[in-house]
Ligand binder design. Structure first.
Ligand SMILES: [Zn+2]
Length: 154
């Protein structure tokens, strides 16, 4: 007979039922019988509670490994290969509802416009140099005025 604390749930239930049928109970006072029954019932309840604790701990681990994108509701569960944070970071660059994705696109647009502006500044500076080379007081005044206006507009 294994120790009660080492019995499976089925063994414990069967043992409890056997106990209540056992002639031993006939020799106990009613209070003793009740106390014994209560002990067995509490032990079974304790085992049930511990089994529930194990389930809940498993659920906590699952939730700890789970990330949800609050913008598109995609659920991501970390596996052996990837942790939750790197999964979220990867997702941010793919989720068109995520602000990080939008920020990324805006930064690309800003870079493109800045690069356009650099090209324009270079073109204006080239025009300035050419104007110097083709020096004519009136022509120079008109052109440098135009170039300055364009530069100020940038
Ligand atoms: Zn998303």
């Amino acid at each position: 007979m294994p120790k009660m604390t080492e019995m499976t749930d089925e063994e414990l239930v069967s043992y409890r039922d056997d106990c209540f049928e056992h002639p031993y109970y006939n020799n106990l006072t009613e209070a003793q019988t009740e106390a014994h029954k209560e002990l067995l019932i509490r032990l079974a309840a304790g085992r049930e509670a511990m089994a529930r604790v194990k389930e809940l701990e498993k659920e906590v681990e699952r939730l700890k490994a789970t990330a949800v994108c609050i913008y598109c509701n995609k659920i991501m569960v970390a596996d052996n290969g990837k942790d939750k944070l790197s999964m979220m970071i990867d997702h941010m660059s793919l989720c068109d509802k995520h602000p990080m994705y939008k920020i990324g696109n805006l930064l690309i647009e800003i870079d493109r416009l800045k690069s356009d502006k650099r090209e324009l500044v270079e073109a204006l500076e080239q025009a300035e140099r050419r104007t110097d080379a083709l020096y004519d007081a009136t022509f120079y005044k008109i052109l440098t005025g135009l170039i300055t206006k364009h530069k100020e507009a940038l």
